[in-house]
Design a protein around this ligand. Structure first.
Ligand code: 1HN
Length: 348
């Protein structure tokens, strides 16, 4: 609404009018237009950082209070401080830390929400996706695409802890949640471990592979060992001023994002490197896999080290300073923005 001078009687008449029409579930657009259509994104989400060293102990405490079987999923949800109670880390994404103790399983289920895991601790736990198991190692990025059966287990001797990332708030917003529990807790393997990576993850595809409709990646695991090798390999060249050496994970059959709603990225920032100010419309969750540094988000500095998690909401200005050679994993809702023609970035 433009600013005009309003006489007190007129203002009073308007208020009475608003109250009256409100009873018919009507509201004047001119009172809210400026908040609806902002010149640039005005996310209600705020930047935040969780230090792994500070959240690991409460997670282990959950391990003493409730079993994985009782909880179905024993997870502490990372809630955006400005979106408490909504199980949301950004407007569209959910993140949580899951603990599976030695000998425990998390029973098989499926849902329309797409999920990713990033293994932070432990080296023996597995996720099974549609009958194929993948043993998770630190830094491995694992997918459970929409409506795939998945269960987890930890046959090792050490606790397994990973970050779960899902499009829960987005699917909730779209009222598109469906879920089912399997009649079996643990899926029987129907293919040997590593099968999908051999078929689809070696720059080859089965000769008759067809891409139909919305296709999630046929590869379920992106081993960190391979990602790391790529990051080190490209770091001989000139870093991008805003992003350092940043790669995106792809669906090898399409070149698109691993899942239709979630994009994922890995980036190397050499020691002493400082990225220039950058904004983009997708809200992102970052995890430090190696190294340490400071993320300056809309002017506030958050220092991070291994396994620390921070968020950069839509259109927040980001500058990262790497104190040592640093590897960051991140995921965001960028594929949704891009599919809808809404994605923008700004590089200063
Ligand atoms: C889920 O299925 C898992 O399978 C973890 O491990 C976290 C959060 C919300 C909805 C479903 C899992 C989840 C979830």
């Amino acid at each position: 609404m433009q600013s005009h001078t309003v006489e007190p009687e007129q203002a009073q008449a308007r208020r009475e009018y608003y109250d009256r029409i409100s009873q018919q579930n009507l509201t004047p657009l001119w009172e809210v237009l400026g908040r609806l259509v902002t010149p640039t994104p005005a996310s209600p989400a705020v930047a935040a950082l969780w230090r792994y060293a500070e959240i690991r102990e409460p997670l282990m405490e959950a391990g003493r209070l409730i079993t994985a079987a009782e909880a179905e999923r024993r997870v502490l949800v990372l809630e955006n401080p400005a979106l408490r109670g909504r199980s949301a880390i950004t407007q569209t994404l959910y993140a949580g830390l899951q603990l599976v103790l030695p000998g425990e399983v998390a029973a098989a289920h499926r849902h329309t929400q797409s999920a990713l895991r990033l293994l932070l601790e432990g080296d023996a736990a597995y996720t099974a996706v549609d009958g194929e198991r993948t043993t998770m190692r630190r830094g491995d990025f694992i997918l459970t695409p929409s409506w795939t059966w998945h269960d987890h287990g930890n046959p090792g001797t050490q606790p397994a802890i990973w970050l779960d990332g899902l499009d829960v708030p987005l699917v909730q917003f779209l009222d598109a949640s469906f879920s089912e529990r399997s009649s079996v807790a643990t899926q029987l393997p129907v293919r040997p471990e590593g099968d999908s990576l051999k078929r689809y993850g070696a720059n080859m595809l089965p000769v008759d592979h067809k891409v139909t409709g919305v296709s999630p990646s046929p590869v379920f695991v992106y081993p960190y060992e391979r990602t790391r090798e790529s990051l080190l390999g490209i770091a001989q060249g000139e870093p991008d001023k805003h992003l350092g050496f940043k790669l995106r994970y792809v669906n090898p059959a399409t070149g698109g994002s691993p899942m239709p709603t979630i994009g994922a990225y890995a980036q190397r920032l050499p020691r002493g490197f400082e990225t220039r100010a950058y904004r983009c419309t997708d809200g992102a969750v970052y995890v430090c896999l190696e190294g340490s540094g400071h993320a300056e988000i809309n002017g506030t500095t958050h220092s991070f080290g291994p396994n620390d998690i921070f968020i950069v909401p839509s259109w927040n200005e980001l500058r990262i300073h790497a104190t040592t050679d640093t590897h960051l994993f991140s995921f965001s809702d960028r594929p949704v923005h891009q599919a809808l023609g809404l994605w923008r970035e700004s590089r200063e």
